[in-house]
Design a protein around this ligand. Sequence first.
Ligand code: SF4
Length: 576
Amino acid sequence: MKIVIAKTAGFCMGVRRAVELVLDLPKKYPEPIYTYGPLIHNPQVLALLEEKRIYALKEIPEKGSGTVLIRAHGVPPEVKKRLQASGLVVVDATCPRVIKVQTIIRKYARQGYACIIIGDRDHPEVVGLLGYAGTQGVVAADLKALSDLPRFEQAIVVAQTTQNIELFENAHRWVNEYFPHYKVFNTICDSTENRQTEVSRLAEAVDAVVVVGGKNSGNTQRLLEIAQGKGKTAFHVETEAELDDALVGAQRVGITAGASTPNWVLRRVYRGVQTLPFRKGKGWRRWWFTLERTLLLTSTYLALGAGATCYASARLQNISIHFPHILIAALYVQSMHILNNLIGRKADRYNEPDRASFYDGHKGFLSLLAVLAGGAGLLAAYTLGTLPFLVLFAMSLTGLSYNLNILPAGIGTGKYRRIRDIPGSKTVLIALAWGIVTSVFPALTAGAKFTAGSIAAVAWASGLVFIRTAFFDILDMQGDRIVGKETLPILIGEKKTMNLLKGMLIIIMALLSGSAALRVLTSLGYLLLLPAASLFVVMMTHEKGHMLPGIRLEFLVDTHFIMGGFLAGIWALGTG
Ligand code: SF4
């Protein structure tokens, strides 16, 4: 099955801006924090916002305290005044494109023009716009309602920013024909326009379309109508649980989403569609899917990757291979990743619901697996000597304390009480830990010295793991932001992170080839350019929208670590 996700699917600029603004409010404004009405139509997000003491305000209190955010839809001017008069600090997150429509309406209403809004009367944006029209505002939901309106001496016609383009164009033509003295402003937002144009093209190219978004979201409903208008089977779903089995037979499926659909909901639906043929199908495909999923969810595939990296690192440094080194790397990585996943289930509820429910359902087994893997790793380290055992023990303690309060309450501002509270710490610590277990351990404990080659090998292994972690963090950005994780992409932005990772891959390739040329590393360095270059291509392909987040992408990225070990094996056979 080929799946195409619309490039314009998900949060529009205005909604993203409002969500980011509200999440930043507790740092700068008095609490409690309110949004005037629900911020977006997603019950999970609203529940999580409440956990963060961000509540949806239904009524304006006579006397309020705290801060209230006006949503992207905007409000009538008198509502804003009443909010301010109540004593609440008002932060206005009205979308700039909605403000533009409000400005047009206010200008012409003051000059005595009637203001006709093509839109849904009850939609919050239209309610807000009517407030700017004073007594001269009227709403027409369709052509019939428009033709039923009385004739005005002077009038303007505007559209709700998420209005159906076709409907508005028809209205425009009708007005030109019957009331050419009316002034018409096409105020449909370009985000809406692009989304609708894209779904129209998408529907022509696929067998079925899945539209993701709230059942009461007008712009989502319009996307559905456009897809159906093209004569294609179209499904409107709020979550992946509503996916229809009828999709199993489709060869090409298009997915789009309304302007207030978080990207993790979109990803979950995408994953649901992607895995539908495997989950519902039979034979080797189902078997392969189950294997892939289990290897990833239990971090077994990653552990194999760590073992392979350790082997490749020893070959790179030209030191003898001891099986315990490979075992330690694999067991330590598996143990720490399982523990982190167990602790991080809250964020996974958004980004990786499959993983979250797997960890919820197998909590006992996975905890035991983590403890056994960690214990076996320590035992293997003990067989190598006291120093390796103590180093691994210290690393395990650091890994375990990552999510625990280290500083007691009352010390400092309370903001950085856990290691995970330090922004970007996860990416750096995971990379360092991998570098130590895969490259430093073999160098120190095999009787070899820590050489320039060892430094280059640590930089190679840590660099690749840093790239892997930060790349996955980019995919999880919206969900992480909601749960308050401060990952690297949240700190410096998606684009900068992507550029940083691509730059790092180029440096790693230069390091491998340069060190191999200078004989700091063995000639395996040349061969290991392959996985680095391949990872670069995968990231570029994803960036261009040709490779979507999901089990396959995760499996593919982690395969690069196994590929390194495999190439090292071939190199060892070739060089004797
Ligand atoms: S759809 Fe357009 S106008 Fe409406 S909030 Fe989004 S960006 Fe702003």
